[in-house]
Design a protein around this ligand. Structure first.
Ligand code: ADP
Ligand code: ZN
Ligand code: ZN
Length: 772
């Protein structure tokens, strides 16, 4: 029996429980390095407990966390925690499975029932444990409760502890259920499917259910969704590459360390390039990491990767329960999964021996995290690429200006796919000037050309996509007598109608109230709710095209997990028109779609955001690119109030390079990225005057540090000046390279956070996605 001494487990990457602050409240910490001397001036407290027998973060991720904290101005602890599955973070020391998580419908995996081990051991087991030798066992019990499954087994081995024997002693427990506990203890799993229990372990559903009743396990179901997209469209076998694709694959695998920007027009077959590149690295015995903007919006991509590489693939997505996520993470950490597909946070997947990191649709805003730590997955990927000396491949039809500019400067290697796979022409785009065109009805902007486009498509038995740009179509309640719009009492924002729950909701603080029947201001009963824009369009379309099968995809129809997939499947099998918000613009590949209509191209252009043109160009190019992807020619009609705007004109011509030059000009003149870096610093306080004073003082400290042409703007109040009863002020800094500025910003962050009693919150968003 190996003696269990604390020292042997104290090593970098191990989680510990330590007392924190004056109250000595226990929090989870990480050992990041070992030192013989104490550098800290104050009183150093003891580690209370060690939570892992082996490091959960490897040297690479520890090093990365240090860099990340510097870059994002976040605490290192929040960077460390971000890298782990949430179940291993401090707040989730106990596995809490919410009702929401218990019943899930993940569309990506075929549905099954699962058993998930709950945090607590059976009480009988706990009692037994308590009577064992104290010292080691308290700790061990903690381990077991902490739900680190791989640790469980190690502890048992180290203690030379016969779990089976212990179970034998627990007389009231039925034999089969005892077996069930043992299965979980012996395996590294947090979840096992009912099917596996029956087949592999001869444990019946009844036994499992009985154990669930005792609270030892929770059962949750995944709804089975058939997924014909995968079977009807995709062939999982590698495709014969076109010359352009072949060339791209060659260049990528022979690139030495320099990141690659793959600029490929819509429908040029970027996915097949990714897949064959991944295959190459797998053959070399290496691993691959692939990021996609959002798993639920890109089911086709995930299915392609899973279909091609099968068991070797781990998919990290929000539809997984905490336990399942942990299991996937575990498979990656142990080297069983060689290919990881996931959204933003998957960039921290602990893959060893990385051969390639791919970021699909690299221009997508969702790669930037909005909360602490405010990192950009692209930057993290580039860091990991340098660490592993592996290639980083950024793919897009409409690269971000930042990436394209780096390619210009040869920091990235630029590769282009100029042709569509079957050499089809890009779709023909017609622009409709909404100022000059009579619309079909007074209350809805739908023009004759769009209607005709839809009719022709239906006649040909082909399919259409109709995009309604959501911004500007808020679902508010308005009093027709006095114009009153219900506001959130805590935030400067109108409340949103949620019809199904019959409530008004604030999307910023969660405040909610029942839907009023009469106006709270003038007591009129003429409260009106028009529904979201998409609902209106749907109603109109049903009248205009009574035989068409319309599939509507927006926030309302996709609240349930797996709903995206279901709707896409319906559209693929029996739909004629897919009507939706921005969420239908990306990555979808339906060969039968030949017509795309855009109802309102410009709501984004009206904002003061410096990326508005870029976003508009990307959206229109991407959505247009959904048409005519197979052998038929595509048609696109775009309605706009700004027909002459270059982002719309150039999107219609699908001329990325021209757009890039125009937009770079504007960015240069206005001193925006990629010519300058941006920092958005926001200060908030319960008292408006305090918030302003603090912001003003910070600005005063920073201004003298600015170098030539650098700017500091503000403090100003952001568009929504009050959220959750706190007032906000913000400062925007445009800088190029300024070490001193960085140091002072770090110091300011530290000072404010040291003195939390003053009630200030200061947040720094480095390279923000938008300024409002
Ligand atoms: P995008 O560049 O827009 O991401 P996709 O990767 O979705 O394009 O490819 C467009 C379509 O062409 C898909 O249906 C894909 O299966 C098909 N495709 C891609 N490469 C080939 C190939 N070499 N041979 C045949 N079909 C291909
Ligand atoms: Zn009123
Ligand atoms: Zn609110």
């Amino acid at each position: 029996m190996v003696p269990l001494t604390a020292q042997s487990f104290i090593q970098p990457g191990v989680r510990v429980s330590v007392p924190f602050g004056r109250g000595g409240r226990l929090v989870q910490g990480f050992i990041v390095s070992l030192s013989q001397e104490i550098q800290f001036a104050g009183h150093v407290k003891e580690i209370k407990e060690i939570l892992d027998l082996q490091p959960v973060l490897n040297p690479e991720l520890l090093q990365l966390s240090d860099w990340l904290a510097q870059q994002t101005f976040a605490f290192r602890i929040s960077c460390l925690q971000t890298m782990l599955p949430s179940i291993m973070r401090s707040k989730a020391q106990k596995l809490v499975v919410t009702q929401d998580e218990k019943i899930k419908n993940s569309a990506i995996f075929q549905g099954q029932s699962f058993l998930e081990w709950t945090a607590d051991l059976p009480t009988e087991v706990q009692q037994q444990l308590a009577s064992w030798q104290k010292q080691d066992l308290v700790w061990m019990q903690y381990q077991l409760k902490n739900h680190a499954h791989h640790v469980k087994q190690l502890v048992l081995q180290r203690l030379d502890f016969d779990y089976a024997a212990l179970l034998q002693q627990i007389s009231p427990v039925a034999k089969k259920q005892r077996q069930l506990v043992k299965i979980f203890v012996d395996s590294d799993l947090a979840t096992i499917s009912y099917a596996d229990l029956v087949q592999k372990y001869q444990i019946s559903n009844a036994t499992a259910n009985a154990a669930v009743k005792k609270g030892w396990f929770v059962k949750h179901n995944q709804v089975r969704l058939r997924n014909p997209i995968a079977t009807t469209i995709f062939d999982t076998k590698p495709k014969q590459l076109t010359t352009e694709q072949q060339n791209a694959v060659q260049q990528i695998i022979s690139a030495n360390d320099r990141p690659i920007l793959l600029e490929g027009v819509t429908g040029s077959g970027k996915t097949e390039v990714y897949l064959q590149v991944i295959q190459y690295y797998l053959n070399q015995g290496q691993t691959a990491l692939m990021l996609v903007p959002e798993i639920s919006l890109t089911p086709q991509m995930v299915q392609q990767v899973s279909g091609r590489f099968g068991e070797q693939v781990a998919v990290l997505h929000s539809g997984l329960s905490q336990g399942e996520r942990y299991d996937e993470w575990q498979r990656i950490n142990q080297g069983q999964a060689k290919v990881v597909v996931g959204a933003r946070s998957a960039v921290f997947a602990p893959l060893q021996n990385l051969g390639i990191i791919i970021i699909d649709e690299e221009h997508e805003a969702s790669y930037k995290q909005a909360d602490n730590p405010r990192y950009h997955a692209r930057d993290v990927a580039l860091w990991r690429g340098r660490y592993h000396h592996c290639s980083v491949l950024l793919g897009s039809a409409t690269p971000s200006l930042e990436s394209r500019a780096r390619a210009q400067k040869q920091v990235y290697q630029l590769l282009k796919l100029n042709k569509r796979v079957f050499n089809q022409a890009l779709p023909a785009v017609h622009i409709i000037d909404m100022r000059q065109t009579k619309m079909l009805s007074d209350y809805l902007d739908l023009s004759q050309p769009i209607l005709r486009g839809l009719q022709t498509t239906l006649q040909k038995r082909e399919k259409a996509i109709l995009l309604l740009n959501r911004r500007g179509f808020a679902s508010y309640l308005i009093c027709r007598s006095c114009g009153f719009v219900p506001q959130c009492p805590n935030c400067d924002i109108s409340l949103t109608v949620h019809l199904k729950e019959q409530r008004l909701l604030c999307h910023y603080c969660g405040f909610s109230q029942t839907l009023p029947q009469i106006c709270p201001q003038c007591h009129s009963a003429k409260l009106r709710y028009d529904g979201t824009g998409t609902q209106k369009v749907e109603r109109e379309l049903v009248e205009l095209l009574p035989t068409a099968k319309i599939v509507r995809m927006d926030n309302d129809t996709t609240t349930r997990k797996g709903a995206h997939q279901k709707l896409l499947t319906t559209f693929d099998q029996q739909g004629d028109i897919l009507l939706g918000t921005q969420m239908i613009a990306k990555g979808l590949d339906f060969p039968q779609v030949t017509f795309v209509g855009v109802i309102n191209a410009d709501t984004g252009l009206a904002t003061s955001d410096f990326r508005a043109s870029e976003r508009t160009f990307q959206l229109l190019t991407q959505v247009s690119g959904r048409a005519g992807r197979a052998h038929k020619q595509g048609q696109v009609v775009i309605q706009t109030y700004n027909p002459d705007h270059y982002s719309i004109q150039l999107a219609a011509q699908q001329d990325y390079e021209q757009f890039y030059r125009r937009e770079m000009n504007f960015r240069h003149q206005a001193q925006y990225p990629p010519y300058f870096y941006l920092i958005k610093l926001s200060v908030s306080h319960k008292l408006q005057a305090q918030a302003f004073k603090m912001a003003y003082n910070i600005a005063k400290q920073l201004r003298p540090l600015l170098l030539a042409r650098e700017q500091l703007l503000g403090p100003t109040q952001p568009a929504i000046g009050r959220v959750k009863q706190r007032y906000y002020y913000q400062i925007v800094i445009k800088y190029r390279r300024n070490e001193q500025l960085f140091q002072v910003l770090h110091r300011i962050m530290n000072d404010v956070q040291q003195d939390s009693r003053q009630g200030f919150l200061v947040a720094i968003d480095h390279e923000p996605q938008q300024l409002e």
